[in-house]
Design a protein around this ligand. Structure first.
Ligand code: XBP
Ligand code: MG
Length: 248
């Protein structure tokens, strides 16, 4: 049976957006005259903490001289960062290979679509709007984003929330993720999970993934198979997902 719903993570999965997030964080710190710059190496470590507010709080805890200056301003800093990020994302972050193709195939086949992300809802709207136009959000039956659940990834909360709103069992759906936190969250909700590692998550631990692939593949640009199902396929389609889930 083909999946009844595809549930997509956003950052790193739909598009390589974390460099835009990092730019928005750094521009906000600079505008607020805070002496912090998150370089790529630091940001890769900070991405272990899902959620921008939680990430700032985690960083502050390691900056004794800065903690008291900004601790009470995390929500304000994050709101300013989100404003900067949405402007960057609205200009456009290209969707990763195969994402638009699979979303359109699902729509045409009547397979439901959902989003399960740690990022803030305005960020999702800006990214999807730039990718699919003004009616982008209508493509998705359910959008679970940010603070809509108490615990962020790797907790399964956001995936449980989306499954509950879809009214579907986990076994009838597939999740698409890019990170260890994401795989753990999706697997914690009982979902088969296809992983396409991003620039910040290559080589991370994807234990429990149904398949680990360089991307979702295009007819003229096959994916590179990294682990799990799909070694003899070239792109993710509803048919390959049906076969992989049946064989799992
Ligand atoms: C990735 C995250 C988010 C973004 C930043 O979300 O962990 O925190 O890095 O966005 P996902 P916010 O991979 O689940 O899409 O600052 O809005 O949290
Ligand atoms: Mg992600």
């Amino acid at each position: 049976m083909i999946p009844r719903a595809l549930i997509f993570d956003v950052d790193g999965t739909l598009a390589e957006t974390e460099e835009l997030h990092r730019q928005a964080f750094n521009e906000t710190f600079a505008a607020e005259l805070l002496p912090w710059v998150w370089d790529r190496a630091a940001y890769r470590r900070l991405l272990d903490v899902a959620g921008g507010k939680e990430r700032i709080a985690h960083f502050l805890a390691s900056q004794p001289e800065g903690a008291e200056r900004a601790a009470g301003r995390i929500a304000e800093l994050h709101a300013a960062k989100t404003q900067r990020y949405t402007a960057l994302a609205a200009v456009g972050a290209p969707l990763r290979p195969g994402v638009a193709r699979l979303i359109m195939e699902a729509r045409q086949a009547g397979v439901r679509l959902a989003i399960a992300t740690t990022t803030s809802l305005p960020n999702v709207e800006a990214l999807l709007g730039s990718a699919f136009g003004p009616d982008a959000m209508a493509l998705f039956d359910i959008v679970g984003a940010g603070d809509v659940v108490p615990a962020k990834k790797p907790a399964p909360d956001i995936y449980c929330y989306v499954l509950g709103r879809l009214g579907l069992p986990a076994g009838a759906c597939v999740a698409f993720e890019d990170s260890t936190n994401g795989v753990r969250a999706a697997r914690g909700a009982g979902l088969a999970t296809v992983v396409t590692p991003g620039i910040y998550t290559e080589g991370d631990d994807f234990t429990g993934a149904l398949a680990v692939l360089s991307d979702l593949g295009e007819p003229d640009a096959p994916y590179r198979h990294l682990a799990g199902a799909g070694a003899s396929d070239t792109m993710v389609t509803l048919e390959t997902l049906r076969r992989w889930m049946t064989a799992a």
